[in-house]
Design a protein around this ligand. Structure first.
Ligand SMILES: [Zn+2]
Length: 394
C-alpha cells in the first residue's frame, strides 16, 4: 500500500470546504474514487423542518455476509479565525511531516485511511466473500438530524443489514494505537430554575432570594457521588455549565436563579433512572429547608430535562474487537486500551443496528486552529484498517 494514497486522498478531501451543512465537493470526490474501484454509490439527501438539507453517501461492494461497514463524516467545524492558522485551513499543506487543515483528524483523515485500505484490499483480494460498505454523512458536527440516523433508516428500508462497523473518529489521546472506543457514556442535559421574589437587599424578609435556595440544590446534585464507576466505565459525572441570575445591580435581590448542567453517565443508569435520582435529591434538599433559616416558604423550583438525552452503550463483539486490536498491535506494536471515555459520536446511533467500535487518528488538535495530522500516522492507520479487512474477511 502506498503511503501517498491515504495522504493524497486526505489532501484532496481537505481542499473541499465542507463546513456543515455544505457538501463542499467532498462526497462527489469520494463517489468518483469509490465508483472507479467498482463500488455502487448512492447520495441520499435528507431534510427536516428547521434544519438545512444534508447530502449523505452510501457505497457498497461485494454481496452477502459478512457485511462490514466503515462509518464517518465529511463535514467539518468552521475554521474560526483563518488568520490564526499557519497554513490555510482548506489548503492541505504538508510541512515537516504534518498535514494541516480543518478535518485532518476529525475526520477526513479517518475516511482517507479506510478508503485507501479498502481499495488496496480489493486489489489484493478481489474474490473476497462478503460486503464492504461506507456510510458517510455530512451532518455529524451540526444538528445530526439529517445524517447518520436517517441514513441507517434508509439502509434498513432497502433491506441492507450490517454485521459490524468501525467509525473512524479520532480515538487516540497521544499516539496511534492508544485506544479503541468500545462504548460511550450516556449524556443528559438539564436546567434547574429556582423561583423567588425580587426585593430590596436591605429588606430580605419582604422578598425571597432564590440564590439562597439554589446553592444547596447545586450541592445536592453533586454530593454524594452518583456512582463509583465500574470495570468498563468512569464514574458518572455531573458538570454545571452555567449559573445565572442576570442581576447587574447591588441593591436588588433577583426573582429567579437558574443553572445548566450536563451529566455523562455510565451503564448503571438510564436517562429515566438518572432523572428520577436528580429529582429525588432536589426534593430532599427542598424538604431539608436548611437554606432559608427562619423562612416558612418552601423553595420553589423547576427541573427541565432536555429531550436529546442519549443512553450509554458497550460493544461486546469479540470478532470486531480482537480483529481490530490484533491489527493495531501488528502495525504499531501497541496494545490499545478498550475505552468508554470522551464525548458522543454517531456510534450511539449505529449501535442500534450492529456492533460498533471507534478507532481513528490522534485527536489532540481536533476542532483547533492548525488542526494537523502526521503523514506517518495516515500511512499506519491505512495499514491497520487494511490488516483488519484481511483478518475480518479471512
Ligand atoms: Zn468527528
Amino acid at each position: 500500500m502506498s503511503n501517498s494514497h491515504a495522504c493524497q486522498i486526505l489532501q484532496d478531501l481537505i481542499r473541499c470546504p465542507s463546513v456543515t451543512p455544505q457538501e463542499g465537493g467532498a462526497l462527489s470526490y469520494l463517489q468518483n474514487l469509490l465508483e472507479s474501484a467498482g463500488f455502487s454509490v448512492e447520495r441520499p439527501v435528507f431534510e427536516d423542518a428547521d434544519t438545512p438539507d444534508v447530502e449523505n453517501l452510501f457505497a457498497s461492494i461485494g454481496s452477502g455476509a459478512p457485511h462490514f461497514v466503515f462509518a464517518g463524516h465529511t463535514d467539518v467545524v468552521p475554521p474560526g479565525d483563518e488568520q490564526a492558522w499557519s497554513h490555510g485551513p482548506f489548503a492541505g499543506d504538508i510541512e515537516d511531516g504534518m498535514m494541516y487543515g480543518r478535518g485532518t483528524v476529525d475526520m477526513k483523515g479517518g475516511i482517507a485511511c479506510f478508503a485507501a485500505a479498502a481499495l488496496t484490499f480489493l486489489q489484493d483480494t478481489p474474490q473476497f466473500t462478503g460486503t464492504i460498505s461506507f456510510l458517510i454523512t455530512g451532518d455529524e458536527e451540526g444538528p445530526a438530524i439529517n445524517g447518520t440516523v436517517k441514513l441507517l433508516h434508509w439502509c434498513k428500508e432497502r433491506g441492507i443489514a450490517f454485521d459490524h462497523c468501525i467509525v473512524g473518529e479520532p480515538t487516540n489521546p497521544n499516539a496511534l494505537g492508544d485506544a479503541i472506543k468500545i462504548g460511550r457514556r450516556g449524556s443528559l442535559s438539564g436546567v434547574l430554575t429556582v423561583n423567588g421574589v425580587q426585593g430590596h437587599v436591605a429588606y430580605p424578609h419582604l422578598s425571597d432570594n432564590p440564590i439562597r435556595g439554589i446553592t444547596g440544590m447545586l450541592e445536592a446534585l453533586m454530593v454524594p457521588a452518583l456512582d463509583a464507576g465500574n470495570e468498563r466505565f468512569q464514574p458518572t459525572n455531573l458538570e454545571w455549565t452555567s449559573v445565572d441570575v442576570g442581576n447587574a445591580t447591588t441593591n436588588i435581590t433577583p426573582a429567579s436563579a437558574s443553572a445548566r448542567f450536563n451529566v455523562r453517565f455510565n451503564d448503571q443508569w438510564t436517562p429515566a433512572s438518572l432523572e428520577a435520582e436528580l429529582r429525588q435529591r432536589l426534593d430532599q434538599a427542598v424538604n431539608a429547608n436548611k437554606y432559608r433559616p427562619g423562612d416558612k416558604a418552601a423553595i420553589s423550583y423547576d427541573l427541565e430535562i432536555k429531550r436529546d438525552a442519549s443512553e450509554s452503550f458497550l460493544t461486546h463483539s469479540e470478532t470486531l474487537i480482537s480483529a481490530l486490536s490484533n491489527s493495531i498491535a501488528q502495525i504499531t506494536g501497541r496494545t490499545p486500551e478498550l475505552s468508554t471515555g470522551g464525548g458522543t459520536s454517531d456510534a450511539r446511533f449505529i449501535k442500534n443496528y450492529c456492533p460498533v467500535v471507534e478507532f481513528g487518528l490522534v485527536g489532540k488538535t481536533m476542532h483547533q486552529v492548525d488542526e494537523q495530522v502526521s503523514v506517518a500516522d495516515l500511512d499506519q492507520l491505512a495499514k491497520i484498517y487494511h490488516a483488519f479487512l484481511r483478518k475480518y474477511f479471512s
